[in-house]
Every structure is written in C-alpha cells, then in structure tokens.
Ligand binder design. Structure first.
Ligand code: ATP
Ligand code: MG
Ligand code: MG
Ligand code: MG
Length: 576
C-alpha cells in the first residue's frame, strides 16, 4: 500500500469535546470522524483496525463452533412486543415508524430476532446445540454518549446466541464461548480480566464480563491477587457486608491538624491509599434558616453515585442507596468519631454538601473537609491532583482494597476496567416468551436453553488505546494495528536509490504477508515520523541515501527509544 493512494489525515489538536486519551488520539490520528453525538464515521485508517478486530473474532468464533449469519438493523416491533422489551426498554431503544405507521426498532441487540429464527428453524433435538452470531451495527440511545467509540450510540457489536436442549448443554456452550473470548482477547494483545458479573433474575453464576484494564475505565473490578476471585464492583458489593466501615471512621477520628493539607495528608487521614475508592466517609451539612444561621446539621454515611440535591439526600431518594444504609444522627457521629460531624464541600461556597461520599478520593478536587468546630477544618486539600476526571473515577462502594476476599484466599484489590465483552446465560427467558421449543427424543416440546455473548467491536479500539499509548500517540498491539510496518523513505521523489530500495522492501514485506505502507507523500521527515507515531504503527523503517551508502536501513519499534541500523535483507527478516 502506498500512502499517496490511501488516506492519511492527522490533526495537531484534538477537538475540545474529546475527554479521554483514546478519543483524542483516535480523532487526531484520523481513525474516526464525528457525525453527531455518539455517531462516528469510521475513516479508512480506523476501519482497517475494525476489520482486524472482526477477523480475529470471526476466526475464534468459528473455531468454537459458532455459525455466522446477519440479522437486520431495523426490526419489527412485534417481535419486541412478544418479549415485552418494546415497552420495557425505555429511551435507550430507538423506535421508528415506517410510512404505514408501523413500529420498528433499531436493534440494540438481537435476542428477539434470533429466537424467532430458532423457533422456525430448530425443531428437533438433533439440531441442537447451535450457536449463531453476527457482527452488526447496533444503536443504543445512551443517556450520555461519550469517549468517542467507547460509549457511542451507533456502534458495532459481535453478538452470539446459543441454543441448547438443557441447562447442562447451555453451560457447555457458555464454557466454549468463555474459552473463545479468552482466545480473542489474548490475540488482541490486551491486558484484561474476566470477571464475574450479576446474573440478575436468571440467577446462577454464568455471567462474566471481559474487562480491559485501564485507569480511565468506567467500570471498577474487584479481584484477589492471590486467587482466581474477580468480580465487577456491582457483584462484589452485593456480597459484601453493607455496614459502614469502622476503619475509615477510625481514621477520621484521628485528630486532624488545622490548616493546609495535601491530598496525601487527607488520604492518610482517611486511612486509604490515593486513587482508591473511599467508603463510609462521614458527611454532614449545616442546616440554615433564611438568615443563614446554622440551625442544625444533617449527617449521612452514604455511598451513592454522582451529584445529588440536598433534598434527594434528605429524603433518601438516591439512586444506589442500598438497603442497610441510613442517615446517622449527629450524636452517633460524635460518639463514633469522637468529634463533631464534618463536611466536605467545594471551597468558597460553604454550601451544604452536594457531593456525596460516592466519589473516590481521586475524584474530589479542591475540597475543604473536617469537623464542624473552630479551627477544625482542612482547607486546600486537592484530592484530585493529577488524577482523572471525576466522571471516570469509581464511585464509593461497599468494598475497599484490603478487604478479605470472599473466597478466603487473600485480600481484595480494585482496579478500573472497560467492559469489552460479556457472556451471559439466559436460560429460557426468551425461548419461553416466544415459544421457541424443540421436540425431544420422546416428541415432547421443550423450551430451548439460551446464552448470549457480546463483544464491543468498536469499543475495543478505544480500550486498546487507553491501554497502549504514549505522549507521541497510539501504540497499537501488532495484531490489530492498521498497518504493521511503515516504510519512510527520505527523498523518495529525489533519489532513485531510495525509491528503488523503498519499493523493493515494500514488495518483499507485502509478499511475506506483512501489512506494510510506504509513505510516498513527500512529507518532510519530521512530519512524516510524527504522523506514523501518532497513528501508532508498530514498526518503522527509514530509508535514506546516507544509510544505503552504508548498506543499511533504520528499523525502529514503536516502543523503542532508538532505531537500529540493519542491512536491508536483515531488516526485512526482522519484520517478517
Ligand atoms: P455498558 O455497561 O458499558 O453500558 P452493556 O453492559 O450495556 O455495556 P452489553 O449489553 O453487555 O453492554 O453489550 C455487549 C458489549 O457491547 C459490551 O460488553 C460492550 O463492549 C459493547 N457496548 C455496549 N454498549 C456500547 C456502547 N454504547 N458503545 C460501544 N460499545 C458498547
Ligand atoms: Mg449499557
Ligand atoms: Mg455493563
Ligand atoms: Mg454488559
């Protein structure tokens, strides 16, 4: 491939709405182009990565015995009414009408359609098990589309659906998919964890998320370094005791020193490491009358999500408020902590706390904190120094690093992750609702046991970049790089030698099956190198007259600090 015939379009600056590094770099490297909120064009460079991701997924899905088909993006509402999801799903489901005023939906996933296929096609036990998958455009009208392709509204998903005779069969299908997912994510070259996830009403333990490890991930995962225990935070929380933490409380009770404090001081005071979740922070607000006099104090020991109005706090109508959590009285706080209740609030405002304890230390920047007594405040505590945006950081949960692991084999650690895949045992939820039955050996109709298995194809790009980048740009794992190698000739248009050597190396690499691009655009070396570093091509070969005189070209891996001069033939071998 010659760059002049391909399409390379890079930007010096990322657009202002790009918050996370992957979004910024994908925009700058010309992988995607925004069309509307959460809706992107996949530009030629980005599409190459998508196709590589898809190819790996296809190979491993096929190897695991799944069969590819393709279901429509636009699906009739009737099927979705059969399962009740047409009404139940809420605004995330995009509903459209055709010219005859008939209802349709744009698929966010395809359980209904695949179950409709299964009930027509799979009639006998002899046809089971079966696993169908497709790689198709999805639409979810996300409340907050953001981070580029990571939380898009339109995105590409691989979704697979298994059909079995019974639970044992379904468990086997599940295991096969679990194994295929491991193979897929191993091949991507990403650091990930398979974590147990909630199975909801279905019950059992057959739900796992595949989480790519990244500090900017929207999810938190809880694991035990000494054992196999790993769960997403929701599940870990569900099994953890809901009682407020004595440990954090005891830390708060240490006599705080007045005056300035650093984030380290505050973290120390709270007895938690920086960048970890804090729970059971004791918070209080002053209640004031119209004149602004303090008339009382509301205190809570709450761990909830996001910013909330005081009214929501007082009435306990907080999303995420768990059974067992409640407001503490001022007296209880005094008794427990040995000091009057304190507060956390943005500096300067001295308003009642709007930020509830459901943030990490990292998420709280520039807060004053402390107890409600003269000279008993911490000021200038910047808990968010050099740390990610509040939105990206874990909410306070009922699980802390250092808690005992539920399997009794060690203590827990917490890290951030990006959900890139999800395997889920569905039972007969859809087959029962839609009468998808097969006839068993005795000719008796039985509902099919189902499982569903998703991978966020386009989200993989964002996740891979969050995990693999440096100050110069993306550092693609070779398996999903848009090109594996770039040849950067210096003086391609001026020097016959350089041109001949570059063309020759290009052809040799291409013949060896390497995805190579030759930059013949005539850019100056600095700009040319910067482009390919930004795009993140794993290998670069620089060919110049000077090098050729010495019989060498310069080969440099994207993560390497320096190039190595190699004889031309050796360079080709290195890359092959
Ligand atoms: P999330 O918790 O991030 O909203 P989800 O649990 O709703 O994801 P699933 O229904 O499990 O997603 O879908 C399977 C996969 O599709 C997810 O694991 C994820 O990789 C991907 N995915 C889901 N929503 C989006 C989105 N808005 N943009 C890009 N990929 C997505
Ligand atoms: Mg979702
Ligand atoms: Mg999820
Ligand atoms: Mg999921």
């Amino acid at each position: 491939m010659k760059a002049s015939r391909f399409f390379v379009s890079t930007l010096k600056e990322a657009p202002a709405d790009a918050e996370v590094v992957s979004h910024k770099l994908m925009m700058r490297a010309g992988l995607i182009k925004r069309l509307s909120a959460g809706i992107y064009n996949y530009m030629p460079m980005g599409l190459r990565v998508i196709r590589k991701v898809e190819a790996i997924i296809r190979e491993e899905m096929n190897r695991a015995g799944a069969v590819e088909l393709l279901m429509p993006v636009v699906q009739p509402a009737e099927l979705w009414q059969e399962t009740g999801r047409f009404d139940k799903m809420g605004p995330e489901l995009l509903r459209v009408k055709d010219r005859h005023d008939r209802d349709f939906i744009i698929q966010p996933t395809s359980e209904e359609v695949i179950t409709d296929i299964a009930r027509q096609e799979l009639r006998s036990y002899k046809q089971l098990p079966r696993n169908f998958y497709h790689i198709q455009t999805k639409f979810r009208d996300e409340r907050r589309p953001r981070f580029g392709v990571m939380r898009g509204r339109e995105f590409t998903m691989k979704d697979a659906y298994s059909f079995d005779r019974d639970k044992d069969g379904a468990a086997k299908s599940y295991d096969a998919m679990f194994g295929a997912y491991r193979a897929i994510f191993d091949r991507f070259g990403l650091q990930y964890r398979a974590v147990a996830a909630d199975t909801g009403a279905i019950g059992g333990d057959l739900s796992h998320e595949f989480q790519v490890i990244a500090d900017t991930g929207e999810d938190a995962i809880v694991y035990c370094p000494d054992s196999d225990y790993a769960a997403n935070i929701e599940l870990a929380e569900a099994v953890a005791p809901a009682a407020p933490r004595a440990a954090a409380g005891a830390a708060l009770a240490k006599t705080p020193t007045p005056g300035k404090s650093t984030c380290e001081d505050v973290a120390d005071l709270l007895g938690v490491p920086l960048q970890t979740t804090v729970k059971s922070l004791v918070l209080a607000t002053d209640e004031r009358n119209e004149a602004g006099d303090i008339t009382g104090t509301t205190v809570w020991l709450l761990l909830v999500r996001g910013d909330h109005s005081l009214n929501e706090v007082k009435t306990g109508k907080l999303p995420g408020l768990k059974a067992g959590w409640r407001f503490a009285t001022v007296g209880e706080i005094e008794e427990h902590f040995g000091c009057k209740p304190g507060y956390l609030g943005p500096i300067g405002t001295r308003k009642p706390v709007k930020v509830i304890a459901d943030r990490t230390v990292a998420a709280m920047s520039d807060f004053i904190c402390g107890a409600n007594a003269v000279d008993f405040h911490y000021t200038g505590a910047n808990w968010g120094r050099d740390l990610p945006e509040p939105d990206l950081v874990a909410d306070i949960r009922n699980v802390l690093p250092g808690d005992p692991s539920p399997d009794g084999k060690g203590t827990l650690a917490i890290q951030r992750g990006i959900e890139v895949g999800h395997v889920f045992y569905l039972g007969t939820k859809y087959s029962a609702a839609m009468s998808a039955v097969y006839l068993d050996e005795n000719g008796k109709p039985q509902p099919m046991e189902m499982g569903c298995y998703g991978i966020g194809v386009t989200r993989i790009l964002g996740a891979a970049i969050e995990q693999n980048h440096d100050e110069r740009g993306i550092v693609w794992p070779a398996a999903i790089a848009p090109f594996e190698a770039v040849i950067c000739p210096i003086g391609y248009d001026r020097s016959d030698d350089v041109r001949a050597a570059a063309d020759q190396l290009h052809d040799a690499l291409a013949a060896a099956g390497i995805d190579v691009i030759l930059d013949d655009r005539g850019e100056r070396p600095g700009a040319m190198f910067a482009d390919w570093e930004l795009i993140g091509v794993p290998w670069r070969v620089v060919i110049s007259d000077r090098g050729l005189k010495a019989g060498t070209v310069e080969v440099q891996g994207r993560r390497e600090a320096e190039a190595t001069a190699l004889p031309v033939a050796a360079a080709a071998d290195t890359l092959k």
